[in-house]
Design a protein around this ligand. Structure first.
Ligand code: ATP
Ligand code: MG
Length: 772
């Protein structure tokens, strides 16, 4: 490929240029939000390609979300055009790693066509194992055990590496269950999300020849959002980087927001000792936000004790202060924000119209989205939800996907269980147990177990007839997926790196339609008279449409299992709604940050924790939120909110009080400034004073019989006393603090003396009974 010798770096400042031009050796860019880290990183990739330092497939570039990966690709394309094509190793940790694992699957006892389980499958599988072990699933919810195993995988702990102190949890049952779970995954030829990285780390550690191949292969390694890598990801990277040692990581310790998922900010702080001689670049100019926004963000994050601390400045013009509004309740908040968006879109009060694509609502918890979705639907305001309840998580889509999975692999027992009696085939619990027993006794998959049941007529009448048809259907679909027993070899892959990737071709779209038809699944919804049925049929059509972008069912299934966000790309401008976590790395001219209330943001869980760790992570999340805004940042809170069907009175978030007053404009819900001098605490008092009882909001609610609890000035008491089924003296277990005895009950909170962790207040919901 011809080099482009005069690559233009004039759009970068001196420090960024240094990060781009320091081509050899380790480079660390540690800098605050909006300072152009991602810009420098993408320019570096373009530069490496343009200058001929590497071929596209010799660059490993990892980011956090599919959206970020796509954006990076676009930005590189913008800089050097199609010279970036063939960057097959640019993607999320998982997408890149799964590509590797497909090639070496047999080394960890898998076949290359393994399935990737989602959380739902994971938990169902865990439930079966817990049942089989004769353990009471009420005491040890499968979801909780799944969570523990996930956390261990994020720490790169295979069952043998779990330290004794951790394995004591669950009455020392967790490790045996972890082992059983891994064994079952192998039988199913499946992996869960955590396995993808863990398996590759294991392969690299046990097969130095393979590791060396990749080390030679990746001339340059680049990582964005490095502060959020977990231990498994860190080990994987460190192993790969030991080859050329040309690794460039960028991140910001103040934006580490995935500690709850095992991310370790320590990874970024350790970079210089991991890679001696690392070139450290600091960026201090923020190009994204106006001074008021930046000052507000800096003011909040200054409340964290555990940080490196950085200077940030901006040369941008002042702009407007951060807007702060207190609302009566969550509905008023949604309504008012909807109105604000519409008026900005029209352009009012001397402001230019702002397109909907330029606006985003960032929430702490996804349940906050519903109020906005409902409101926007009713006023016809177009919006998109990013990272919310996903299309691929809907029931009908999951059913259809289970059929596709079975067509691709007869080993997929979870898929079999999901659809064997969906639609109803008269194959009830008994029939399924018979199939399971037969499969287990013969050490076969459920599909093969079903075949034996049919051959030996182990079922009677209608069931036998239906099962025989079902197995014949599965065989036919399976044959259609593998038309030729010798798979073709992807030449491109062989040329590139010497590894062969088998691919097969067939008309997968026609096949998908046929499967949904012949299985009776489409007909099932056509005959369904519930109001949801038409929507479900629409979704099934949408699913088949989505297949057009893929070569075969296998590729599609893989894509879906890796998707971490909603990616429906429809035409037209839309407001984006997403969680703060999903907003990482993004920027919008206008950002709304609703729900800044104690117990919501910071989350109740972080407030219940002992120590500051959880709260500091919430504060970083607040920092991430504010720093997404370029021109307008509107923070709000409501005095009342319905949570799990119960009205609660809310207190403004402590982060509201931490906003530096000089950079904040306190507005009344009508959008008018309440005048100088009214600070957050006054707003807060107003929200909790008696005059709320005379407000239109209260009266409206009263007339509907929906009066919330009287606002309480003191604390947010979740009305959960009724749920609290414990009495003093009960023996309990808490996921984090272990075993203990209940000493007292205060509303929804328990005072517990834990065997190891001492005396603590914890929310009753997070505790399970440990009495035999
Ligand atoms: P975050 O920490 O939020 O991920 P970041 O450090 O990755 O932020 P970027 O997204 O790369 O920051 O850049 C923020 C904005 O500043 C972008 O709009 C980018 O185009 C712009 N920008 C970056 N560097 C420069 C520069 N040298 N001159 C002008 N604009 C710049
Ligand atoms: Mg970035």
């Amino acid at each position: 490929r011809p080099a482009m010798p005069d690559f233009d770096l004039s759009g970068l400042n001196a420090a960024q240029r240094e990060a781009v031009e320091t081509v050899n050796g380790p480079v660390l860019m540690l800098a605050g939000a909006g300072t152009g880290k991602t810009k420098a990183l993408t320019t570096r990739i373009a530069y490496l390609l343009a200058k001929g330092h590497a071929q596209p497939h010799e660059i490993l570039a990892v980011t956090f979300t599919n959206k970020a990966a796509r954006e990076m690709k676009n930005r590189i394309g913008g800089l050097i055009g199609d010279a970036q094509e063939g960057m097959r190793w640019l993607g999320t940790f998982h997408s890149v790693c799964v590509k590797q694992l497909r090639r070496h699957a047999e080394l960890v006892g898998l076949k290359s066509g393994f399935t990737i389980l989602d959380t739902d499958d994971q938990i169902r599988l865990m439930k079966q194992l817990i049942d089989a072990a004769g353990i009471d699933a009420k005491r040890w919810p499968p979801r909780m055990l799944s969570g523990i195993i996930d956390a261990w995988k994020n720490k790169a702990w295979t069952p043998d590496k779990v330290p004794a102190s951790d394995s004591a949890a669950f009455d020392s049952q967790a490790v045996p269950l972890y082992i059983a779970y891994q064994r079952r995954l192998l039988e199913l030829n499946a992996v869960d999300f955590g396995d993808i990285l863990l398996h590759m780390v294991t392969i690299f550690q046990t097969h130095p020849d393979i590791l060396q191949q990749y080390q030679r292969w990746f001339r340059y390694i680049l990582v964005d959002e490095y502060q959020d890598t977990n231990v498994a990801q860190y080990l994987w990277l460190r192993l790969l980087a030991q080859g050329h040692k040309n690794i460039c990581c960028v991140g910001d310790d103040d934006q580490s927001i995935y500690g709850w998922r095992g991310a370790e900010v320590g990874n970024i702080l350790r970079f210089e000792s991991d890679f001696p001689g690392a070139h450290v670049v600091r960026l201090e100019e923020n190009y994204r936000s106006t001074p008021h926004i930046l000052a507000a963000a800096s003011g909040v994050i200054a409340g964290n004790r555990d940080r490196l601390g950085k200077t940030l400045f901006t040369a941008r013009e002042d702009g407007e202060k951060v807007r702060l509004t207190g609302y009566w309740d969550g509905d008023e908040e949604a309504r008012s924000i909807g109105d604000d968006i519409e008026s900005m879109q029209r352009g009012t009060r001397g402001m230019d119209p702002i397109g909907l694509d330029s606006m985003a609502i960032l929430v702490r918890a996804s349940h906050q989205m519903r109020a906005f979705e409902d409101r926007f639907l009713s006023i016809g305001l177009p919006y998109r939800v990013i990272g919310g309840p996903r299309f691929y998580e809907r029931m009908e889509i999951r059913d259809a996907m289970a059929y596709f999975r079975l067509a691709v692999s007869h080993d997929d027992d979870l898929a079999f269980e999901r659809v064997v009696n969906t639609p109803k085939r008269g194959l009830g619990e008994k029939a399924v147990q018979m199939i399971q027993r037969t499969a287990r006794d013969n050490n076969l998959s459920l599909v093969e177990g079903a075949r034996i049941v049919c051959q030996n007529r182990l079922l009677g009448g209608k069931g036998l007839k239906e099962l025989t048809k079902f197995v014949a259907d599965l065989d036919r679909w399976h044959d259609a997926v593998y038309p030729d027993s010798t798979p073709m070899i992807d030449d491109d892959a062989v040329l590139d790196d010497g590894f062969a990737t088998p691919v097969t071709t067939y008309d997968h779209i026609a096949l998908a339609e046929m499967i949904l038809d012949e299985s009776g699944y489409t007909g099932y919804w056509q005959n369904d008279k519930t109001p949801e049925a038409p929507g479900r049929l629409e979704n099934l059509k949408e699913l088949v449409k989505a297949l057009e972008n893929f070569e075969n069912l296998q590729g599609f299934l893989e894509h879906v299992s890796l998707i971490m966000e909603n990616e429906t790309e429809e035409q037209g401008e839309k407001v984006s709604i997403m969680t703060l976590h999903a907003a990482k790395g993004l920027e919008f001219p206008v950002v709304f940050l609703p729900g800044w209330e104690e117990g919501l943001f910071p989350s109740q869980r972080s407030m219940d924790e002992s120590g500051l760790k959880g709260l500091e992570e919430e504060r970083r999340l607040a920092y991430v939120g504010i720093t997404r805004a370029e021109e307008i940042c509107a923070i709000s809170f409501a005095s009342n909110r319905r949570v799990y069907g119960q009205w609660q009175s809310q207190l403004p978030s402590r982060f509201v009080d931490e906003l530096p007053p000089a950079h904040v404009d306190v507005l009344t819900p009508s959008g008018l400034s309440s005048g100088a001098g009214m600070v957050a605490s006054e707003l807060h008092d107003r929200a909790h004073s008696a005059d709320v009882y005379n407000s239109p909001g209260w009266k409206r609610l009263q007339s509907r019989g929906q009066t919330p609890n009287a606002p309480r000035a003191q604390s947010i008491t979740i009305n959960a006393t009724a749920e609290c089924a414990f009495v003093a003296g009960d023996r309990v277990f808490h996921q984090k603090f272990g075993y203990g005895n209940v000493d007292g009950i205060e509303g929804d909170k328990l005072l517990i003396s834990f065997d190891k962790a001492g005396i603590k207040h914890v929310v009753a919901r997070f505790v399970v009974s440990a009495d035999a």
